[in-house]
Design a protein around this ligand. Structure first.
Ligand code: ZN
Length: 314
């Protein structure tokens, strides 16, 4: 029906009049002056330009860290930017890794953590693997969320952004060879007591896919899955939520194991599945900027900001 209305409208002399007929599905969120999918897409392009390959130890890995940090100068000046450096024992030997943490204090006791990983897959270091969807666009989304929070400081729980390093396996995915940054930070925050303050840990992963179908991750907290659906509905994106309940191993898992309520906002089904690429574009040289869209990033941004609001309320 929308397509036929658009065709009708194309024949109108006055497009301005016609555009009144088309209230975008995310109009509610846009009306609140929230973050921009177009800006997030542009930022993803900029990150990919300076750091196309971001596997550990590469110049791009360092460039990605500098890129992220450069967007948080006000927070750094205010001592709210923390570089969490640690040494990971990997199948390729000891590797130095860095989680980048940015804090926005709130008005009530408790924290909402929003995470994403920024590095690219180490075993794919010898092919043109750029991870536009897998790491780049979600890092850009967190930067945009940070800019929103700078302009609109949290009125409820504090918000902590975490750019995780070492999400990917260094050789082959296993409990020991994966999730280096999140395992390290969950252990560290367990020791210093931070974990007890976390009301929700929200992860963004692979949500730039042009055909966005956000999973109802089977490893996520059921109450937060309900909030995800509510947030999608509130912002006019209910059709972006799929019925897939497959449990996904991700940076949420080390926190869930320690009792933190977690939500992985992920669309794992990325691109067409063929004999040559059974996992679609995931972990292939096809994971490039043209496979993601500003619209999907708008949807993701709207949903994340609504999730913050809903977690604050409940
Ligand atoms: Zn990956």
């Amino acid at each position: 029906m929308i397509a036929s209305l658009r065709a009708l409208c194309a024949s109108f002399a006055s497009f301005a009049l016609c555009s009144l007929l088309f209230v975008p599905s995310n109009a509610v969120a846009q009306a609140k002056g929230q973050i921009s999918g177009a800006a997030t897409y542009q930022l993803t392009k900029e990150l990919l330009a300076v750091a196309p390959k971001r596997f550990n130890g590469s110049p791009g890995h360092l460039a990605a860290e500098k890129f992220i940090e450069s967007h948080f100068e006000p927070e750094a000046r205010d001592h709210r930017l923390e570089i969490d450096t640690f040494t990971a024992s990997t199948p390729a030997g000891l590797q130095t890794m860095h989680n980048i943490i940015v804090k926005y204090p709130g008005k009530k006791d408790g924290l909402i953590v929003i995470g994403s990983h920024y590095e690219t897959n180490y075993p794919l270091k010898d092919i043109a693997f750029f991870g536009a969807n897998d790491g780049a666009c979600t890092s850009a989304l967190l930067i945009e969320i940070g800019q929103y929070l700078r302009a609109h400081p949290p009125q409820g729980y504090g918000v902590v952004l975490v750019f995780f390093d070492g999400e990917e396996a260094v050789k082959q995915w296993s409990a020991q060879d994966s999730l280096y940054g999140s395992r390290h930070l969950a252990a560290k925050w367990s020791q210093d007591g931070t974990l007890g303050h976390i009301k929700a840990f929200l992860l963004a992963d692979m949500i730039g896919d042009k055909q966005l179908d956000i999973d109802q991750d089977g490893n996520s907290n059921p109450r937060l899955i309900e909030l995800l659906k509510e947030a999608a509905k509130d912002t006019g994106h209910a059709n972006a939520i799929s019925r897939d309940h497959t449990p996904i191993e991700d940076d949420t898992v080390p926190f869930a194991r320690r009792g933190v309520p977690v939500l992985d906002v992920i669309d794992f089904d990325y691109g067409p599945h063929t004999d040559a690429t059974p996992d679609g574009y995931h972990h292939t040289a096809q994971d490039t900027i043209d496979k993601i869209s500003p619209q999907s990033l708008q949807t993701a941004g709207d949903i994340f900001l609504e999730l913050i609001r809903l977690v604050d309320q409940k």
